[in-house]
Design a binder for this molecule. Structure first.
Ligand code: 13P
Ligand code: SF4
Length: 321
């Protein structure tokens, strides 16, 4: 089967009911489909579990199935494979990377760690397996504050790769973690001016912000949190309108879970688009998902030595959160 392009390049029979076929393949292949909140709605709708990156890692570990189909980006598939080495992990499209993970190459991160000896290394889950292998404890946006709070107050910490999340965690924990200078190309794009404009049009709206956003945007938030935390806030809030400053895929689940409430995507800077999409997340389609299940490709493979070293800080995260 041709996967040279990073996905199964096979024609799908015209008129095939892909949703039905995906359900059939789940049974036939003993497969489970996990999807991140930033996936296209059509993928979230056929998934067995939808979640933020912490929830997807946790769920992967508990599943009895032979095959995990991870609809998200590459590091999420890698995390599932590291935690479940005996299972087959496939993704719809290998090209679904992450600009934040790419902003932190393992050899450069290793040199940075060597330049600053005596530091505990805390890495965001949006990293390659090779970077996790250099790490003492992994965190996600859901548990970063909680985990950093558990480290001794005098411990010197390196945090990578997201400088915005790192700055935010420094501000809420009172730490002075040394930050790697990386960022997400989607979350950096949110514009304070455009959010304030929306706020003036919807004065009752609560502003929901992912901590990968710039400090100026975080400062106007009513709630700062991971995708799951923002969704829960919207569910539990008495407010009826929300301005959402994170990737727009999350609106699918927000609208589904909160009927009658209004969700307004915050737009990116320098664009006439209303929403802010992660082009990597949106590479996955229903057709590619179907083909990945049918042909069980492309498969996530992690070098066993790197996987072994990367598993330790991920398991430490799961124990601490
Ligand atoms: P969450 O951990 O909130 O799911 O975020 C993952 C991500 O890629 C954010 O851009
Ligand atoms: Fe990576 Fe940003 Fe896309 Fe999240 S939204 S997967 S951090 S590029």
């Amino acid at each position: 089967m041709n996967v040279e392009k990073g996905f199964v390049d096979a024609p799908v029979e015209e008129g095939l009911d892909l949703r039905k076929e995906i359900q059939r393949l789940k049974k036939e292949k003993d497969a489970v489909v996990l999807a991140h909140y930033y996936q296209k709605g059509e993928i979230q709708d056929v998934a067995d579990f939808i979640g933020d990156s912490l929830a997807l890692a946790r769920i992967a570990q508990t599943l009895p199935n032979r095959m995990i189909v991870l609809c998200g980006v590459h590091f999420m598939g890698e995390t599932a494979k590291i935690l479940c080495p005996a299972k087959k992990v496939v993704v719809p499209d290998m090209n679904a990377g992450c600009s934040l993970a790419d902003s932190c190459k393992a050899d450069e991160f290793e040199a940075f760690i060597k330049e600053h000896p005596g530091h505990t290394v805390v890495s965001y889950v949006n990293t390659s397996a090779a970077v996790k292998a250099l790490t003492d404890v992994v965190v996600t946006s859901s548990n970063a504050k909680n985990i950093v709070d558990q480290l001794p107050a005098d411990e010197k910490i390196i945090f990578g790769p997201d400088r915005n999340l790192g700055n935010y965690i420094n501000s809420v924990t009172g730490r002075e973690m040394l930050l790697w200078n990386g960022a997400c190309h989607v979350h950096e794009q949110f514009s304070l001016e455009k959010i304030l404009q929306l706020k003036s049009e919807h004065p009752q709206a609560k502003v929901l912000v992912h901590p990968e956003c710039k400090k100026s945007v975080v400062l106007v938030a009513d709630k700062v949190g991971s995708t799951a935390a923002l969704l829960n806030y919207a569910l539990e809030s008495d407010a009826n309108e929300f301005i959402v400053a994170t990737e727009s895929g999350i609106l699918h689940e927000m609208i589904k879970k909160c009927p009658g409430k209004m969700f307004i995507p915050a737009p990116p800077e320098d664009s006439t688009c209303a929403c802010n999409d992660c082009s990597f997340m949106k590479l996955n389609t229903l057709e590619k998902l179907y083909n990945s299940m049918k042909y069980e490709q492309p498969e996530i493979i992690v070098n066993p030595e790197i996987a072994e070293a990367a598993r330790r800080p991920i398991e430490r995260m799961l124990e601490m959160s």
